[in-house]
Design a protein around this ligand. Sequence first.
Ligand SMILES: [Mg+2]
Length: 388
Amino acid sequence: MFLICFDAGLRCCADPIAIAEATMNDMSSTPIRKIVHVDMDAFYASVEQRDNPDLRGKPIAVGGSAARGVVAAASYEARAYGVHSAMPSVTAKRKCPNLIFVPPRFDVYKAVSKQIHEIFAEYTPLIEPLSLDEAYLDVTENLKGMDIATEIALEIRAKIKAVTGLNASAGISYNKFLAKMASDLNKPNGQAVIRPKDGPAFVEALPVKKFHGVGPATAERMRKYGIETGLDMKEKTLEFLVEHFGKSGPYFYGIARGIDERQVKPDRIRKSVGAEDTFVEDIADLDHAIAELKPLTEKVWRYCEAQGISAKTVTVKIKYSDFTQATRSRTRSLAFVGIPEVLAAASDLLAAVYPFKRPVRLLGITLSTLATSEINNARPQSQLDLGL
Ligand SMILES: [Mg+2]
């Protein structure tokens, strides 16, 4: 069990078409922003190689080597063999027989993450973490009074190296989507900038399967509609994208044009927090399955507690031995106040699908409708000069 995931949470709105059109029309009056996306290189694996010289220069995978283990992170030496994160450990071992499995040490990764965050905070309070090793920074107006965002990115990466001994890559652009795409361009230990004049052409040439926010299933659906590149997407109408991709339609419509108005939300309002576990052996028995919910609930709840948040919705995910899956949710009018409440609700949800149609391979718990404080993300609307 090692996955804590946060939904990215794309813009949601009551009337997506109206709001998307309003956003597009507004573009002329919007100041050009300077967004930096910082992404640590092979983060967990690099931390392990940093702390254990025996692992340096070797193909390593952070994660369990057990029959059902999954690779959480792979070193660049392992990636050369085709090993990547989320790959079953068995497959990884087959691709790279010399692969060294290292158990994760999340307390260490969190401590490094905090160090990195402190470096970011020297530059801007507008920091939106995507995970322990990635964050968006809005440096349009920054605490150092620096004009050139690429220089800020260089400084931040140098400080990260000095303080943690680890390499980071960065992407610099005028919105989150392009900054995120840019950070991949010169990885590892590099950075890239996408300027406003180059944004639309960059997206047009980009395969949609590489878009942040397009998973494999969505990419496959897009392919069926003839959408394989940003240009293909740009040729679809907003109505078409909304009809086929719902609330994500306006987001796709915008990014196909290099437009992404999402703000960098400091300590962003998380949509959900979850944990899941794949079992060594499939579970057929209800009591056994309920017992497995406990550590998951504890893990998610501890995280919520540390962040000072609670939730009104609990969702249980059940993946069966044939890889089909089901989810069951319950939403309360008042937020959960402790582990026993969450566990009781989750156990009820699980009991409702018992007898299981097949033995259970994986269980997950997600808490959502999180209650956090509102963050004021307003900024002065002055026109700022470019200097990405
Ligand atoms: Mg990374």
